[in-house]
Design a protein around this ligand. Structure first.
Ligand code: AMP
Ligand code: MG
Length: 311
């Protein structure tokens, strides 16, 4: 998935800690072989290679779970979140390397192969058809979250109650470290200042960040993010930095990218569908070294506790 993963955990002894973390890393590696778009041979890449051929491909449960969740985010965000963005993302990756705008004709060509509505999911057979030639799926905005959740599940099964799993700015935590009220997480800096912009105290929660803090290209004085607006085919220029806290990391991951594209108002409408989330957006219009004037932290009410059934 192109990022290092990290696990911190508390266990009674070293052997237990090592066995549990090995098993969790094993699961992450297994998921990398399925979900990575960097790996030419991953299950995802093999699926992409069938695009436009009229074939339906039966996929693994993991790929199915991530793809079907991605598709529901695409629908709920009106296409702001779209994992078929691959061909356009590839052009912008090249732009980051070469520091020149994508050629207009190539961008137009790439955009023809983008559109979540061209992904056909058949739940009865758990199979997928990519209806248009040259489609390329990119799960970069959701797969890390899923892998983190899955690694956490493995740790819980191995009897580890208190752990943190992170990868590429996203993370999940289980119970607090011994004697603490939660996991103290330093938020990413939002300006060029070296001071951290604050802390969160998390337990049994997940957090994801999106934005152009590390991955962007600067062209003609404008900063273009690695996140692309599928409606224009252009890297975001709004310099939004989004932090989402949610109940699970796949939701946090997909939401953080969606809110980056949608902006605060539209983003909140989407986030409201996931009770128990907190949305934090810092944003500015495009300048070289900008201050980030808007800084909104919006907690969305936690899920209502189920009242126990009466017998
Ligand atoms: P994240 O860091 O989770 O916000 O994910 C960013 C990554 O998701 C990018 O590097 C692309 O691989 C991919 N991506 C870019 N734009 C979009 C989009 N609009 N919808 C879904 N995935 C995207
Ligand atoms: Mg994301």
């Amino acid at each position: 998935m192109g990022v290092p993963f990290r696990i911190v955990l508390y266990a009674e002894n070293e052997m237990r800690a090592e066995n549990a973390s090995n098993a969790a890393f094993g699961r992450i590696s297994e998921l990398n072989n399925i979900l990575s778009d960097y790996d030419y041979d991953s299950e995802l890449s093999r699926l992409s290679h069938t695009a436009g051929s009229g074939t339906r491909v039966k996929v693994s449960e993991d790929l199915w779970t991530v793809l079907s969740t991605a598709q529901s985010f695409a629908e709920e965000s009106n296409g702001a979140f779209d994992v078929t963005i691959g061909p356009v993302v590839n052009l912008w990756r090249k732009t980051r390397r070469d520091k020149t705008f994508p050629e207009k004709t190539r961008l137009a060509e790439a955009r023809k192969a983008v559109g979540y509505q061209y992904v056909l999911l058949d739940p009865a057979t758990r199979s997928v058809e990519l209806k248009v030639s040259n489609m390329r799926l990119d799960l970069g905005a959701i797969a890390k979250g899923y892998a983190i959740d899955e690694a956490m599940k493995i740790l819980k099964t191995a009897g580890i109650p208190s752990a943190l799993v992170s990868g590429g700015g996203d993370m999940a935590v289980s119970q607090s470290p011994p004697g603490k009220d939660g996991w103290k997480i330093e938020l990413p800096v939002e300006t060029d200042a070296s001071a951290p912009s604050g802390y969160l105290l998390l337990k049994n929660q997940a957090m994801a960040t999106s934005g152009d803090l590390f991955q962007f290209v600067e062209l003609e004085g404008k900063r273009y993010s690695h996140i692309v607006d599928p409606r224009t085919g252009v890297g975001l220029i709004n310099q939004r930095r989004v932090v989402i806290v949610a109940q699970d990391c796949m939701t946090a991951d997909a939401l953080s990218t969606s809110v980056s594209v949608l902006g605060l108002n539209e983003g909140l409408k989407l986030a409201r569908k996931f009770p128990g989330t907190t949305v934090r957006v810092a944003e500015t219009s495009n300048h070289k070294s900008p201050p980030l004037p808007t800084n909104s932290i919006i907690p969305i009410s936690p899920p209502k506790k189920k009242t126990p059934e009466r017998r």
